[in-house]
Design a protein around this ligand. Sequence first.
Ligand code: CTP
Length: 422
Amino acid sequence: MSHSIPQSLASRRILLIVGGGVAAYKALDLVRRLKERGASVHAVLTPAGAKFVTPLSLAALCGEPVRQDLFSLDDDARMGHIELSRDADLIVIAPATADLLAKAANGFAGDLASTLLLATDTRALAAPAMNLRMWLHPATQRNIARLKADGMAFVGPNEGEMACGEYGPGRMAEPLDIVAAVEKALQSPTAIPLPAGVLATSGALAGKRVVITSGPTHEPIDPVRYIANRSSGKQGHAIAQAAAWAGADVTLISGPVSIPDPVGVDMRHVETAAEMLAAVEAAMPTDIFIAAAAVADWRAAAPAAGKLKKVASGPPALMLVENPDILAAIGGRKQQRPALVVGFAAETDDILNHAREKLSKKGCDLIVANDVSPENAVLGGDLNTVHLVDAKGVDSWPRMRKEEVAARLIAALAERIGGSGS
Ligand code: CTP
């Protein structure tokens, strides 16, 4: 081992899953490159992978036994395998075949590799390698998009001549490029796909009801035009997901968004602020109400029944009227007021003062304030920096993934309300 190579992966534990494909031979070089940078590498070889490289050569390079079979009694006990993926700092799938990615995207667990990927929240980095038609197939691209949304990182594939003689994307990234992607994935503290608090909050809101608003609202100007804002719904949806994971009975009322519905929640899709208010009223009573939606402050006073046309006299004047404030309506309830009313304050300056103002003006128990200045890329982005403001003071959290904000917020709310399951 050369001493001139920087030990950029010193004491890092990598679990390498080697799938079946001609590129599997490059996985051997990858092990060498990872180890010479100080990483320890445990390998799992799929049955298809074993057609291309032998367990013996992989084991010799790793200096560790190679796992091949979920049900093998020769390897460690099955639980030991699962520990392997939980203990790793990063799972690397190289080559990541179309089959492995399809299994991971759909949560299959019929073999060792897919079980390891499903039974952990350890981050995974995939280096896809496959025939270019398989790569370009909508099914594969759909799986990749799903896995990216779930937090999986990708390196490659590269374009080039394929083993089958065709030319295009599908060649596995070179080992040194994969090493660089491993280093990058391990540097990023925010790349954890599942928020750390999820397991901790499991059952914390059992027996409680939570109603959440999320996303923007669309306020029609005429049948084809509307007033909207940049809210993606990511934060509100993540909170709904975290609340469901914590065992709550969750109703999520969302304006138009392009992200998937969270799993295990009662969804209500709405367009306008008026529809959102009606859906919230209909979802009462609740223990917790969280207003994460970016409700349009104004709507057109009189939306046109037909499409507005350009006319010689110039552009039409748009008369606006104020929308009902959903949060203030719920926070100010005399009867059936939720035990906890939580609002958001999206601000670009003087964040904490504005948040305190909203806390009292809208009758909230807690305001989650965030700085939505364009340089923070909060609106539509994956990260958020929030301050929890209540009558007692301010708790400022570091910048983190919206899923993690959600898990922590749910943990904080469960503590305040005291779940029956806790
Ligand atoms: N909100 C609401 N209904 C509205 C407007 C806002 O429920 N019509 C809620 C949001 O979901 C959020 C909170 O109120 O939880 C703060 O919204 P924000 O738009 O930041 O505040 P505004 O009331 O619009 O105040 P300002 O325009 O001064 O920022």
